[in-house]
Write a protein that binds this ligand. Structure first.
Ligand code: NAD
Length: 380
C-alpha cells in the first residue's frame, strides 16, 4: 500500500494532510508514505521531519501520486491534478461537495474513489474522525485571539497603580463547537462573557463555562433543536424578538464573535447594520460564518472592514488555517483514525468495507460514478 501526501495548490490553504506523527503510524500499518516536497512548509513542517518519520520525499505531485493507492489532501484535488492519480486510487479530503457537482463528476470520470471527511457521521464511534469539530474548535479559539488583537484595549480587568482597567465584554452568538471554544477562550483571557443560541441545550453548556446565557426562551425556542442536534431555521417572528433582545445587549459589547450556522441554509443574519452602528468605536465583530454568507451585515470575506464609526468587522477566511500547525496535526489524526478502519491489518492492504456506515456516509465516487445518495445527478 502506497500513501501519497500531496501539497495544497490553493494559496489560501496552508494546512497539510499528514504530519510526522501520522506518517509513523501509516508506516506501522505497513504502508509506504510519499510526501510531495514542501507539503508541510506552510504548517511549519520541513521535508526532513517527514523523512525522519520514514517518508520518502517526491519532487513533484506527479512523482508523489504515481501508483499511490491512497492520496491524502486537505482540499479536493483540482481537475488538472486528476490525471496524475491512478484509476481506482482512494482520495480523502475535505471535499466541499455541496454545489460542486461538476467537480464530483470529474473525480468519478477519473475513476478515483473520493471520500469527503466533512460528511463523517457525528456518532460516538466517529468522534475521533470528526474534522468539522476539530477544525471548528480551533476556529473558535482563533476568533477570540483575532478579536483581541484587533481590539485596542486589554481583555482582563487589571488593577494597576495607574488605575483600574475594566474587563472586556465578549458576546458569542451561536454556541456549537466553535462558540463553546470561543466562550472558554474569552473567559481564560479574563473577559466578561455572554452567549446566545437558539438551541435550549446550549444554556447549560454556556453556564457551565462561567458565561451568562442571553436568549428569547419562548415555546419556539424549546423546540428549536433537530433530532440531529442542529439548529432549525427560526420563524420571522422569533427572529424579530431575538433581534430586539440582541439590539440592547450588543450596544454594550466590546467584542462580538458570531458562529451561527444552519445545515444546508445560508448563515442567519444576526447583527444588522443598525446594531453595528450602535457599538462603541474601537469595538470588534468577528464573523466566523462569513464563508457561508455571514452573520454580520457588512462583513466581507477575507477582509477587516472598519466602519465610519470605527467599529471593526473581521471576516477572515479559513480561520483554522490561521493555526496551520495545530489544525494540520488534528486533521491528520482525524484522517489516520478513518484510514485505519479501511486497512486490513493482516494483509496490510486497503480492504474497504463498502457497506460500513462511515464509508457509506463519506464515499462520493466509485468505479466511475458518483455514488453518494445526496449528490446524484438530477433527472428531470
Ligand atoms: P453549527 O456549526 O451547525 O452551528 C453553530 C451554532 O449556531 C449552533 O449551535 C446553532 O444552534 C447556532 N445557531 C443557528 N442559528 C442560530 C440563530 N439564529 N441564533 C443563534 N444561534 C444560532 O453547529 P456545530 O458546531 O456543528 O454543532 C452542532 C451540534 O452538534 C451541537 O449540538 C454539537 O454539540 C453537536 N456535535 C456533536 C458531536 C458528536 O460527535 N456527537 C460532534 C460535534 C458536534
Amino acid at each position: 500500500m502506497r500513501i501519497a501526501v500531496l501539497s495544497e495548490r490553493d494559496s489560501a490553504e496552508p494546512r497539510v494532510a499528514a504530519v510526522p506523527e501520522t506518517v509513523k503510524k501509516y508506516k506501522a500499518l505497513g504502508a509506504d508514505v510519499v510526501v510531495q516536497a514542501g507539503a508541510g512548509s506552510r504548517a511549519g513542517i520541513p521535508d526532513g521531519e517527514y523523512e525522519a518519520a520514514g517518508a520518502t520525499i517526491a519532487q513533484s505531485a506527479e512523482d508523489a501520486a504515481r501508483d499511490a493507492d491512497l492520496v491524502l489532501r486537505v482540499r479536493r484535488p483540482a481537475d488538472e491534478e486528476l490525471p496524475l492519480l491512478k484509476r481506482g486510487a482512494v482520495v480523502i479530503a475535505i471535499m466541499d461537495p455541496y454545489g460542486n457537482e461538476a467537480a464530483l463528476k470529474g473525480m468519478a470520470d477519473a475513476g478515483v474513489s473520493a471520500f469527503s471527511m466533512e460528511l463523517m457521521p457525528r456518532i460516538t464511534r466517529a468522534q475521533v474522525m470528526d474534522v468539522l469539530s476539530s477544525q471548528a474548535n480551533l476556529a473558535g479559539y482563533r476568533a477570540v485571539v483575532d478579536g483581541a488583537s484587533e481590539y485596542g484595549r486589554a481583555m482582563p480587568m487589571m488593577m494597576t497603580a495607574a488605575g483600574t482597567v475594566p474587563a472586556a465584554r465578549v458576546f458569542v452568538m451561536g454556541v456549537g463547537v466553535a462558540g463553546l471554544q470561543a466562550i472558554a477562550t474569552a473567559r481564560r483571557m479574563g473577559a466578561v462573557v455572554t452567549a446566545t443560541d437558539v438551541r435550549p441545550a446550549t444554556k447549560e453548556q454556556v453556564e457551565s463555562l462561567g458565561a451568562k446565557f442571553v436568549a428569547v426562551e419562548d415555546e419556539e425556542f424549546k423546540q428549536a433543536e433537530t433530532s440531529g442536534g442542529y439548529a432549525k431555521e427560526m420563524s420571522a417572528d422569533y427572529q424579530k424578538k431575538q433581534a430586539e433582545l440582541v439590539k440592547g445587549h450588543i450596544a454594550k459589547q466590546d467584542i462580538v464573535i458570531t458562529t451561527a450556522l444552519i445545515p444546508g441554509r445560508p448563515a442567519p443574519k444576526l447583527v444588522s447594520e443598525e446594531m453595528v452602528a450602535s457599538m462603541k468605536p474601537g469595538s470588534v465583530l468577528v464573523d466566523l460564518a462569513v464563508e457561508r454568507g455571514g452573520n454580520v451585515v457588512g462583513a466581507k470575506p477575507g477582509e477587516v472592514v472598519v466602519t465610519d464609526k470605527g467599529v471593526k468587522i473581521v471576516g477572515h477566511l479559513n480561520v483554522p488555517g490561521r493555526l496551520a500547525a495545530t489544525a494540520s496535526s488534528l486533521y491528520a489524526r482525524n484522517l489516520y483514525a478513518f484510514i485505519e478502519t479501511l486497512v486490513d491489518k493482516e494483509s496490510k492492504a486497503l480492504a474497504i468495507k463498502w457497506d460500513d456506515e462511515l464509508v457509506k456516509a463519506t464515499n462520493l465516487t466509485r468505479d466511475g460514478s458518483v455514488v453518494h445518495a445526496s449528490f446524484q445527478p438530477k433527472t428531470e
